[in-house]
Design a protein around this ligand. Structure first.
Ligand SMILES: Cc1cc2nc3c(=O)[nH]c(=O)nc-3n(C[C@H](O)[C@H](O)[C@H](O)COP(=O)(O)OP(=O)(O)OC[C@H]3O[C@@H](n4cnc5c(N)ncnc54)[C@H](O)[C@@H]3O)c2cc1C
Length: 536
């Protein structure tokens, strides 16, 4: 619960002395209308607010904020500075100063939005507003199963706090939980894998600094003496929390979350299907189980190629330069106890509840042609272990290995189009994705997730970012996927900072105008995160 030190924030290589001005050769472009001198004068004011060592704008000091996995062949997306406040009052002062200086700010919680841009802003010339130092767990209510936290709190920190205090509540984590933030992830409408996996659904109450510096609390948070800020989501009048997710209408400085009571019984499963074209059958079998909540958590259907990429290099499956053919993948999968699709879910409750549901689930999934496997058969298989850990809110970073599938350059862009949870949709989506990826020479490393009634196709576009030609090809491939999936009615639920405008156009001009009207009313100087979700 204590603050973190500067080495943790920036990485040990950065020295305090580097933060005194632009290094020569700095590559970042300024925001429209801003000069380097303007930025320097803004950053000097930032130092007076947060202290000299917490505002930086030399190229060297910005390296940790400037690294992302996504393709950016234009080379334009770079921050021009970063400022790390410690208190809500400092955030208010920073926002007011940004208005005076017309300097755009890009808020991040922990900045680990990996595969979507990490900490990099959506347009050139922004100063990253890094909230990592605001990392207090303000309250955990054991009886209600709620917490109130600041943006810099990590999933690891929250889990450790619950364990250290013997509190029998689970957190729900994205795959990169240890280093990421519940606030940042929820604001992106991210997902995890326990029954509380749809994170925004389990959010309750926010504190927001509006673009003019005023402080607003949502839901019951503005009622003097209310004990229900983290208990009742809706408050009174229009429900506004959603307006602060995937948006640039405010800086969130506190968030309430619901935490799942630890169930007495937990049983993870893996369903192994042998063939690439088995996905529709899996979805048709899973949907009724998921809609009825007999299976209470998000189901992940992982392709073998996605799973192999976590712990292997591509050239251990096929020779360099060769296409990733199904036979080679099948061989490698089989050698690792995997099928071509491996579906993970768990049962939660008392022993009696789990024992009552298990035969129903087994019956439906066996009929889909799958082998139903548990810890008994899978033992310490690393992929089974990975998912069994995630589905009880456990933490690991196993998946991060996939960014090295094609080389050391670390290239990854998530493409996540949404459809209804129907097998026929998945069949068409898989065909289209493979056609486009093949055309550009990339692999189909993908998963499907049934959230509740929705189907997310989670395609990891893996490339070698150290190869400029491959980066440009990945960019073109991604844009073609967005465009052609969009033409079929499948738009993304979330996208990288390099393609936010492209995706927002697919949601239509009326929606864009609505967002622009709210933006203009709340932020007439457009100082908060211009470009976020296509909102200038
Ligand atoms: C291998 C791998 C696996 C992944 N698995 C998952 C997964 O299972 N589920 C999932 O959801 N994601 C996943 N991700 C994507 C991503 O890493 C996570 O979503 C991560 O939680 C986001 O980073 P963060 O929590 O640090 O948020 P941040 O990067 O801090 O924030 C994300 C964005 O939200 C906005 N924002 C953040 N904080 C504030 C604030 N306080 N006020 C206003 N706006 C704010 C900003 O626009 C910011 O860019 C994965 C990534 C990789 C590489």
């Amino acid at each position: 619960m204590s603050g973190i030190d500067r080495r943790t924030l920036l990485g040990a290589a950065v020295s305090v002395g580097a933060s005194v001005g632009f290094a020569s050769g700095v590559k970042a472009q300024m925001a429209p209308g801003q000069t380097r001198a303007d930025v320097s004068s803004f950053m000097a004011e930032m130092q007076s607010i947060v202290g000299e060592e917490w505002a930086f704008w030399s190229e060297q000091a910005l390296v940790p904020y400037d690294k992302s996995y996504i393709p950016d062949p234009s080379g334009l997306l770079h921050p021009v500075g970063a400022v790390a406040p410690r208190t809500v009052e400092e955030v208010q002062e920073i926002v007011r100063a940004a208005n005076r200086h017309h300097q755009p700010l890009w808020p991040i919680s922990t900045g680990k939005n990996m595969g979507y841009g990490s900490a990099v802003p959506a347009t050139p010339g922004q100063v990253v507003l890094d909230l990592k130092r605001m990392n207090r767990i303000l309250e955990v209510d054991v009886d209600l199963g709620t917490c109130l936290i600041e943006p810099g709190v990590t999933y690891q920190q929250l889990k450790t706090y619950l364990e250290d205090n013997n509190i029998p509540l689970w957190i729900d984590v994205p795959t990169v939980g240890p280093i990421a933030s519940p606030v940042g992830n929820t604001l992106e409408r991210g997902v995890g894998y326990t029954p509380y996996g749809e994170h925004f659904m389990f959010q309750c109450g926010m504190e927001v600094i509006l673009p003019d510096g005023r402080l607003m609390r949502t839901g019951m948070g503005s009622i003097e003496g209310s004990t229900a800020w983290q208990a009742f989501k809706w408050g009174y009048g229009p429900y506004v929390d959603g307006l602060f997710t995937q948006s640039n209408f405010g800086v969130v400085t506190k968030m309430g979350l619901w935490l799942m009571p630890q169930p007495p019984a937990y049983k993870p499963f893996m369903i192994r299907h042998a063939n690439m074209d088995d996905v529709p059958k899996i979805i048709e079998a899973m949907r009724p189980l998921r809609v009825s909540s007999l299976i209470a958590n998000c189901n992940l259907m992982m392709s073998a190629s996605y799973q192999l990429s976590m712990f292997n290099r591509r050239n251990s499956v096929v020779a360099d330069g060769m296409p990733l053919d199904d036979e080679s993948v099948k061989r490698a999968a089989r050698a690792n106890g995997l099928g071509m699709w491996n579906t993970y879910f768990a049962l939660y409750g008392t022993e009696e509840v789990v024992a009552a549901i298990e035969p129903i689930v087994r019956g439906a999934l066996t009929a889909s042609g799958g082998e139903v496997l548990t810890e008994h058969e899978m033992g310490d298989n690393p992929w089974f272990h990975h998912h069994a850990t995630l589905m009880k809110g456990g933490l690991n970073l196993d998946e991060i290995g996939m960014v090295r599938w094609r080389g050391n350059g670390g290239g990854l862009a998530w493409f996540a189009p949404v459809a209804a949870a129907k097998g026929a949709e998945a069949e068409r989506q898989t065909r289209l994705a493979r056609e486009i990826l093949d055309k550009y020479g990339f692999d189909y490393t993908a998963a499907y997730a049934i959230g509740w009634r929705d189907l997310h196709h989670i395609i990891a576009l893996l490339f070698d970012k150290s190869d400029a030609e491959e980066e440009a090809r990945a960019d073109a491939c991604y844009r073609e996927m967005v465009t052609r999936f969009g033409q079929q009615g499948w738009a993304s639920y979330r996208t990288g900072v390099n393609t936010m405008d492209l995706v927002s156009q697919q949601y239509g001009q009326v929606n864009r105008d609505f967002n622009a009207t709210i933006k203009q009313a709340l932020d007439p100087n457009h100082i908060l995160a211009p470009g976020k979700s296509g909102i200038a």
